[in-house]
Ligand binder design. Sequence first.
Ligand code: AMP
Length: 220
Amino acid sequence: MAPVLILLGPPGAGKGTQARMLEEDFGLIQLSTGDLLRAAVSAGTPAGLAAKAVMAAGALVSDEIVLAILKDRMAQPDVAKGIILDGFPRTSGQAAALDKLLAESGQKITAAISLEVDDAAMVGRVSGRHTCGSCGEGYHDTFKRPHTAGVCDKCGGLEFKRRADDNAETVRDRLTAYHAQTAPLIAYYEAKGVLERIDAMGPIAEIRHSLGQIIAGIAA
Ligand code: AMP
């Protein structure tokens, strides 16, 4: 059965960075509801129009909108390779809906991996981040600047993007939403016996290695 992995953790924990690396390392497909919602906002779809202000305020978009967007994505054939859910589920309603969706296709959660971090460091981690507008490579004002200022190391792109919600004030609201609505899912997956925890305060390469070991252990 193709793996179904969930990455849990507050904004700034490194879910997106690690999910992209797991795509490379294991040929899995990253499903980020944040990316899907941002694409809907840019495309101006009804779901995007409804989600835009909620996202800008750092609150959670309704389960109804998020589930519709996720189900559409999960209907595409590439997910048969196995998926890494990044930023989903974020509420107990979404977790229950995911269980049901997987059961309908004879699948179940392989592992929910909690990236454990200090909240205090997250505002700084998120506030400085930006990506190359051409290839999507991630950078940070303090922790990862391009080797030549203003030029993407990976593709030479000259345009960089910052997310509207990656400012200190909104990050604090996103952390509050995480603790109120998402952190209880850690106990939910622990009770199901699928929870793994890793220390995600160290270097990106170390966390990648720890995740790789967990996934290799599951596959073995
Ligand atoms: P992310 O890219 O995961 O940090 O998500 C950015 C924003 O999109 C969040 O602050 C929420 O407003 C919204 N969002 C992403 N995923 C979800 C989800 N599973 N449930 C509700 N809102 C979400």
